[in-house]
Design a protein around this ligand. Structure first.
Ligand code: NAD
Length: 462
C-alpha cells in the first residue's frame, strides 16, 4: 500500500525527526501493508509552529474564500473516493461496499456541509449597541480514532478550516494511511501551507505532545474515555479549550406499540455495521416483557443473517478485548442466542455477530462499551422501568426509540439523557449536532453547532 515516509508540515512532506516507524496491519489477514513514521515531540513542535505561523493569514481570509477551499477539498474527496474506500478497507478491514458508502461517502457530505456553512454563517451580528464577531479559536490539535478514520478527521478539520483555525492532526496508529490520503487531498485543494498539518505517531508520544503543547489553543479529541479524561485534565490545567467525543452505550428502546420486526432488524443492523466499532451504536436493546421472547428470536435470526458478511475488528488488542467481554457476559449469566467468543476464522480479527438475551442492566456487558458486534437484549416492565434502564449508564451519546407513532416516541426520547435519538428509524443528518451527555463527552460536532466549537466571540460596544 502507498505510504509517505514523512510528515505533512507547512505544505510539504518532510522527513520525520526520528527513525521509528509504525507498522500498518490489514486486520483481515494480519499482514503488514505499510510503515509510517512514528512522530516525536519534535515533529509535533514543528507542525504546531507551522500552524501558528499560518494562523493570522488564514483567520483573515474571507469566509467565501475559505468556503471555496473546503468545496475544493470536497471535490478531491469525491474524485478520489475509490482510493479512499480501498485504503480504509485495507487498514480497518471494513467490507469494500461499506467503505464506499460510509467511510468514503459520509466525509463528502460533511465537507460539503462546511463549504456551505463557511459561506453562509453569520460571523458578525448586531446585539443592541454591540457588534459581536465570531473569531477563530486559534491552533487546533485534532486527535482522532480509527473506527471512522476519514469521517472523524473531516468532522474536525472541515469546521476548523471554516472557522479560520489552523490544524495539527494526529490520527490513530491503526489508520494512518487514510490520514495521509486526506493530507494529499488538502494539498490538492489549494489550502495554504501550514493551515493543515499531519503528524503520524503513537498516542502517548505524539498525541500527548500535541495535547500538552503551549501553541495549541483547542484540543479536539475522539476516542476512549480513559484518554479523554487525561486530555481534559491537561487542557483544564492549561486553561485551554477542549472538545471530547468519547464512548457510548446507547439504548434502542422498543415501546410495546412499535413495529417489532423492523425495530429489531434495524437495531441489529445498527450494531453490526462497522463490526460494532461505532461509538453511537445502540448496543442495548430494551424490549417490553410481553414481546421479549419474540424480539430475542428476531434478533438471533437477524444476527445469523450477517454470518461472515461483517468485517474483522481493527486489531489484535480489540479482538481479545471484545471476546473477553463476550466471555464475561456468559460468566455473569447472560444467555447467548447467536455468535459467541470463539473466533470464527483462523486468520484475521473476526468476531461472530453476537446476541445476548437475559441481560440485566447491571451486568458488565450492559454497562461498558464493548466496541464489537455484540447486542444485549434487556427486558423492561413498563415505560418508567425502560427509562431508568436507558439512562442507567455513565454514557449518553445516542439512542433510538420505536413506537406506533412518532409523538409517543418523541415523548420518551425527550426524557432520555442522551445527545442524539433516532425516532422510528430516522435517517443520519450531517447537519444535526452530534455529541454526548454525561461521560460521553464535551462539545458537539457537525453542522453549525460543530462550527461554533471552533469560534470565540468578541463584542465591540458603540
Ligand atoms: P484511544 O483513546 O487510545 O485512541 C484514540 C486516539 O487517541 C488515537 O489517535 C491515539 O493515538 C490517541 N491517544 C492515545 N493515548 C493518548 C494520550 N495519552 N494522549 C493523547 N492522545 C492519545 O482508543 P483505542 O485504544 O484505539 O480504543 C480503545 C477503546 O476506546 C475502544 O474499545 C472503544 O471503547 C473506545 N473508542 C471510542 C471511539 C469513539 O468514537 N468514541 C473511537 C475509538 C475507540
Amino acid at each position: 500500500m502507498k505510504a509517505h515516509d514523512g510528515m505533512y508540515i507547512d505544505g510539504a512532506w518532510r522527513p520525520a525527526a526520528g527513525r521509528d516507524t509504525i507498522a500498518v496491519v490489514n486486520p483481515v489477514d494480519e499482514q503488514v501493508i505499510a510503515q509510517v513514521p512514528a512522530g516525536t515531540a519534535e515533529d509535533v513542535d514543528a507542525a504546531v509552529r507551522a500552524a501558528r505561523a499560518a494562523l493570522p493569514g488564514w483567520a483573515a481570509t474571507a469566509p467565501a474564500e475559505r468556503a471555496a477551499r473546503i468545496a475544493a477539498l470536497r471535490d478531491v474527496l469525491v474524485a478520489r473516493k475509490d482510493e479512499i474506500a480501498a485504503t480504509v478497507t485495507a487498514e480497518l478491514g471494513a467490507p469494500l461496499p461499506f467503505s464506499q458508502l460510509v467511510h468514503a461517502g459520509v466525509p463528502v457530505l460533511v465537507a460539503g456541509s462546511y463549504a456551505e456553512l463557511a459561506a453562509s454563517y453569520a460571523f458578525e451580528e448586531k446585539v443592541g449597541n454591540s457588534t459581536v464577531y465570531a473569531e477563530p479559536v486559534g491552533v487546533v490539535g485534532a486527535i482522532t480514532p480509527w473506527n471512522y478514520p476519514l469521517h472523524q478527521i473531516v468532522a474536525k478539520v472541515a469546521p476548523a478550516l471554516a472557522a479560520g483555525c489552523t490544524v495539527v492532526l494526529k490520527p490513530a496508529e491503526d489508520t494512518p494511511l487514510t490520514a495521509q490520503l486526506f493530507a494529499e487531498a488538502v494539498d490538492e485543494a489549494g489550502v495554504p501551507a501550514g493551515v493543515f498539518n499531519l503528524v503520524t505517531g503513537l498516542g502517548p508520544v505524539a498525541g500527548q505532545a500535541l495535547a500538552e503543547h503551549d501553541g495549541v489553543d483547542l484540543v479536539s479529541f475522539t476516542g476512549s474515555t480513559a484518554v479523554g479524561r487525561r486530555i481534559g485534565a491537561t487542557a483544564g490545567a492549561a486553561v485551554k479549550r477542549v472538545a471530547l467525543e468519547l464512548g457510548g452505550k446507547s439504548a434502542n428502546v422498543i415501546l410495546p406499540s412499535a413495529d417489532l420486526a423492523k425495530a429489531v432488524g434495524v437495531g441489529v443492523a445498527n450494531v453490526m455495521g462497522n463490526s460494532g466499532q461505532t461509538c453511537s451504536a445502540w448496543t442495548r436493546m430494551l424490549v417490553h416483557t410481553s414481546r421479549y421472547d419474540e424480539a430475542v428470536a428476531l434478533a438471533a435470526e437477524a444476527a445469523a443473517k450477517y454470518g461472515d458478511r461483517i468485517g474483522p475488528l481493527v486489531n489484535a488488542k480489540q479482538h481479545a478485548r471484545v471476546r473477553g467481554y463476550i466471555e464475561k457476559g456468559v460468566a455473569e449469566g447472560a444467555r447467548l442466542v447467536a455468535g459467541g467468543a470463539e473466533a470464527p476464522r483462523e486468520q484475521g480479527y473476526f468476531v461472530s455477530p453476537t446476541v445476548f438475551a437475559d441481560v440485566t442492566p447491571e451486568m458488565t456487558i450492559a454497562q461498558e462499551e464493548i466496541f464489537g458486534p455484540v447486542v444485549s437484549l434487556i427486558r423492561y416492565e413498563d415505560e418508567d422501568d425502560a427509562l431508568r434502564i436507558a439512562n442507567g449508564t455513565v454514557y449518553g451519546l445516542a439512542g433510538a426509540v420505536w413506537a406506533g407513532d412518532d409523538a409517543e416516541a418523541v415523548a420518551f426520547a425527550r426524557r432520555m439523557d442522551t445527545g442524539q435519538v433516532d425516532i422510528n428509524g430516522g435517517r443520519f443528518n450531517p447537519l444535526a449536532p452530534f455529541g454526548g451527555y454525561k461521560q460521553s463527552g464535551v462539545g458537539r460536532e457537525l453542522g453549525s453547532h460543530g462550527l461554533a466549537e471552533y469560534l470565540q466571540t468578541k463584542s465591540l460596544q458603540f
